[in-house]
Design a protein. Structure first.
Length: 115
């Protein structure tokens, strides 16, 4: 693949509070890195260093999310945070920080059809 054809994942940060609600929901649901299986033994103390909530479908491509109606796949609206279904915890994974970096760089991927 050439550089012109590649899509870069850029970490998104928000001051609206949507990120903190998304992050809290993903942490509460997963409690561990869903790729490595590493459990956060300090979660009970509110310590999440080394664990990050990642959007499966990147926030910087929300326009594509909306244009193609991907929000229709969000089935649990109770878990949705913020104004867009892209912020649903169904679009999130808890990952170790290093795994999150690999995921954002497209160095690893997750096949949703394999448990």
């Amino acid at each position: 693949m050439t550089d012109e054809a590649s899509v870069l994942r850029v970490p998104s940060f928000s001051v609206s509070g949507r990120d903190s609600s998304f992050r809290a929901g993903v942490r509460a649901r997963d409690g561990k890195c869903v790729v490595s299986g590493l459990i956060n033994t300090y979660a009970q103390f509110g310590a999440w260093e080394g664990f990050e909530a990642a959007h499966v479908f990147p926030l910087q491509h929300e326009t594509i999310w909306v244009e193609h109606g991907f929000g229709r796949w969000v089935t649990n609206m109770e878990n949705q945070v913020g104004g867009s279904s892209i912020h649903s915890i169904q679009n999130g994974l808890l990952l170790r920080s290093d795994v999150h970096q690999f995921f954002d760089a497209y160095k690893i991927s997750i096949n949703p059809d394999v448990s």
